[in-house]
Design a protein around this ligand. Structure first.
Ligand code: HEC
Length: 129
């Protein structure tokens, strides 16, 4: 093989990899279209697992750090004006503090989907259902 051919081959391979990286795009998260007037959001089924699955929140909020988000404590911890604002659900601290678009609470943020569930749950009256 001629040296020019080798170089050309090397360039082709390099370009191939460089272009390959460019197409390694991030697929945007698909947020479910939750209709708070239609879909019933349940604390036990949709909300609690956000806190406890894989210790997502309970890694830290396990009694030492308020709010206590452990299974048997989470509802009572959140059921106060400090965390839930039924008049303006988006101002609820349990929604706004870990919201993906906010600067605070860098430890952990909700995914867009989780945030959508939390908001819908508050819009439906933040019940212990
Ligand atoms: C790595 C530890 C850690 C994890 C995991 C974590 N947090 Fe926190 N969180 C903290 C700390 C520390 C504070 C207090 C300081 C601050 O606001 O950053 C806090 C504060 C908060 C507050 C405000 C408390 C108040 O009374 O003002 C809320 C609400 C909250 N976290 C919710 C959550 C939720 C929901 C999750 C799971 C999605 C979560 N946190 C995961 C460490 C954590």
């Amino acid at each position: 093989m001629k040296i020019q051919t080798k170089i050309l081959l090397l360039v082709v391979v390099a370009v191939f990899f460089a272009v390959g990286c460019k197409y390694d795009w991030v697929i945007p998260e698909e947020v479910p279209d939750i209709d708070p007037n239609e879909d019933v959001i349940k604390f036990s089924e949709h909300i609690l697992p956000i806190f406890t699955d894989n210790n997502n929140c309970t890694a830290c909020h396990d009694g030492g750090q308020i709010p206590d988000l452990r299974t048997d404590k989470a509802y009572n911890s959140l059921n106060s004006a400090r965390y839930i604002n039924k008049t303006s659900p988006e101002e609820s601290r349990i929604y706004s503090v870990p919201h993906p678009d906010t600067d605070g609470h860098s430890q952990k943020k909700y995914s867009a989907t989780q945030a959508a569930y939390i908001k819908a749950w508050i819009q439906q009256g933040a019940e212990n259902n």
